[in-house]
Design a protein around this ligand. Structure first.
Ligand code: SF4
Length: 208
C-alpha cells in the first residue's frame, strides 16, 4: 500500500497538486492546521468523511470562520451559505473516488462544490480516506455512480432510482419524478495555479 500511495502522490505532483499522506489522526490534524490557517474563511461541502474527521469543530476551534450550510435556518439561507462557502478563501471537500493515476471524481447536485473546488475558492483542500482509491479513472467514475452516490442517496433519503437497490439509472433520473443527486460531474485532472490545491490522504476508511 505504501508504494501505491507514494506513486499517487508523485502523480499529483506532476499534476500540480500537493499530496500529503497522514498515517493517523494526529498527522491529519497537523496537516489540516497547516493547510487552513487560523482566522481564515472556509466553505465546506456536505461529506461523511469531513464529519467523521470532525473537520468543522477542528477548524472553528482555531478561529476559522466556517460557512456551514447544515447550520442554515431556511432553504434560502442554505443556498446563500453554499454560495458564500464556494467563494471563500478555502474550500474543503471529499471526492467520490480517486484514481491512482491522480484524477479525482466529484459529483454534485447543486454545483456549489464543483464551483468551489475547480475555481471559485482561492484554495482547495481535498480530504479523503484510502478506501476511495481505485486503479483507474474509469473505475473512479464507476465507483462514484455505482457505489458512493447510491449510499449518499440512502443516507439523505433522496428520491432517486438508485435509492432502493443501489443501481444507477442515469437515463431516467430527472425531475419531476426523481431528485437527481449527481447533476454535475467534475473530473479533476490537474491544477493550473501553483499551490492552490492540496489533497490530504488519511490512512483510514472514511465516508463512502
Ligand atoms: S444519476 Fe441518479 S440514479 Fe444514477 S447515481 Fe446519480 S442519483 Fe443515482
Amino acid at each position: 500500500m505504501q508504494e501505491r500511495i507514494a506513486c499517487l502522490i508523485a502523480h499529483w505532483q506532476k499534476r500540480n497538486i500537493t499530496g500529503i499522506y497522514c498515517p493517523d489522526r494526529a498527522a491529519f490534524e497537523q496537516a489540516l492546521s497547516e493547510a487552513v490557517p487560523a482566522g481564515a474563511h472556509a466553505g465546506i461541502s456536505g461529506s461523511v468523511t469531513l464529519q467523521q474527521l470532525d473537520v468543522v469543530r477542528g477548524l472553528q476551534s482555531r478561529g476559522v470562520h466556517v460557512f456551514d450550510p447544515a447550520k442554515a435556518a431556511s432553504r434560502e439561507e442554505n443556498l446563500a451559505v453554499r454560495r458564500q462557502g464556494a467563494q471563500a478563501d478555502y474550500y474543503l471537500a471529499s471526492p467520490n473516488a480517486v484514481a491512482e493515476s491522480g484524477e479525482m471524481v466529484f459529483l454534485s447536485a447543486y454545483g456549489n462544490r464543483t464551483a468551489g473546488i475547480s475555481y471559485a475558492a482561492k484554495k482547495t483542500v481535498i480530504i479523503t480516506g484510502v478506501n476511495k482509491l481505485v486503479p483507474t479513472l474509469q473505475e473512479a467514475l464507476q465507483r462514484a455512480r455505482g457505489y458512493a452516490t447510491p449510499l449518499n442517496c440512502k443516507r439523505l433519503s433522496w428520491n432517486t432510482p438508485c435509492f432502493s437497490d443501489g443501481i444507477c439509472r442515469e437515463s431516467v433520473c430527472f425531475l419531476p419524478e426523481y431528485k437527481r443527486m449527481c447533476c454535475q460531474v467534475l473530473i479533476l485532472e490537474a491544477e493550473a495555479v501553483k499551490g492552490r490545491m492540496t489533497v490530504i490522504l488519511v490512512d483510514e476508511t472514511l465516508g463512502f
